[in-house]
Design a protein around this ligand. Structure first.
Ligand code: NJP
Length: 229
């Protein structure tokens, strides 16, 4: 059974990815902070006949990521699929008005935690027959939109980091790609656009197919950004 670790699996897009992986026979390691919401994801996975392990973890406590990798190595001896999905918007405001702490938090979760995941799990992905790393970015990196500075900068840097990692593993069995999910009805979207009519938005389950494709051992593209449609 292939082992997949999904960050931000307690709700939204991460939960939908985990459900899709479980439906396709992968064992899911579910990472996020909220135990209650992780348990809900676990219930959903059980209801589709899948299996999961819950790991309540604040990804901004970066050293805990090393401990998680050690536990997964001990239990499985490898990691087959890593999905770096957890992210935060931070506030939307002019760059000159962003508080240093808010800036640091966005970079800490959206960028540095994913660097720490690569650092901690690179050797475990190489131990897999077909290690796959997938990072979730955003369409915002193609624009320069006022007030989205911290979030957009964190995602642009994430893209460059993941593409660089892809170049470094080019001659191994590991493949590294990114997904830009589009506009999806989640808590993060509601934070950015509180008054929006949600009826026309995609739901998280609508964007999960691409994550199955990129996790497959047969999928050999490397260092690319895919959209969910
Ligand atoms: O967001 P949301 P989405 N440590 O807020 C977790 C990107 N994206 O599903 O810790 C560990 O529902 C949090 O769990 P919890 C976006 O940038 C989206 O929309 O329990 N986990 C929850 O599971 C992001 O990279 C849209 O609060 C932490 C998850 O992260 C990805 O899609 C458009 C954490 C966030 O779930 C998923 O976002 C786009 C921490 N410190 C890109 N802090 C869109 N929705 O339209 C948060 O272009 N989490």
């Amino acid at each position: 059974m292939r082992i997949a670790l999904i960050t931000g699996a307690s709700r939204g897009i991460g939960r939908a990815i985990a459900k899709k992986y479980a439906e396709n026979g992968l064992h899911c390691v579910l990472v996020a902070r909220s135990v209650k919401d992780l348990e809900e994801t676990d219930d959903i996975i059980n209801s589709v006949g899948g299996s999961a392990t819950i790991v309540p973890l604040d990804l901004m406590k970066h050293d805990m990521i090393d401990s998680l990798a050690a536990s997964i190595y001990e239990k499985y001896g490898r990691l087959d699929v890593l999905v770096g999905n957890a992210g935060m918007l931070g506030g939307l405001s002019p760059i000159a008005h962003i508080k240093p702490e808010a800036w640091n938090n966005v970079i800490s979760l959206n960028l540095t935690a994913n660097y720490r995941l690569i650092r901690a799990f690179d050797s475990l992905l190489r131990l897999s027959d077909a290690g796959r790393a997938i990072f979730v970015t955003s369409g915002i990196t193609a624009r320069s939109e006022a007030y989205w500075g911290a979030y957009a900068a964190s995602k642009a840097a994430l893209e460059m980091m993941a593409k660089t990692y892809a170049s470094e593993v080019e001659f191994t069995k590991v493949r590294v790609n990114l997904v830009s999910p589009g506009i999806v009805n989640t808590a993060m979207r509601a934070q950015a656009f509180p008054g929006e009519n949600k009826d026309s938005l995609a739901n998280p389950d609508d964007v999960s197919d691409i994550f199955i494709k990129l996790a497959s051992p047969e999928f050999n593209d490397n260092g690319k950004i895919f959209t969910a449609d």
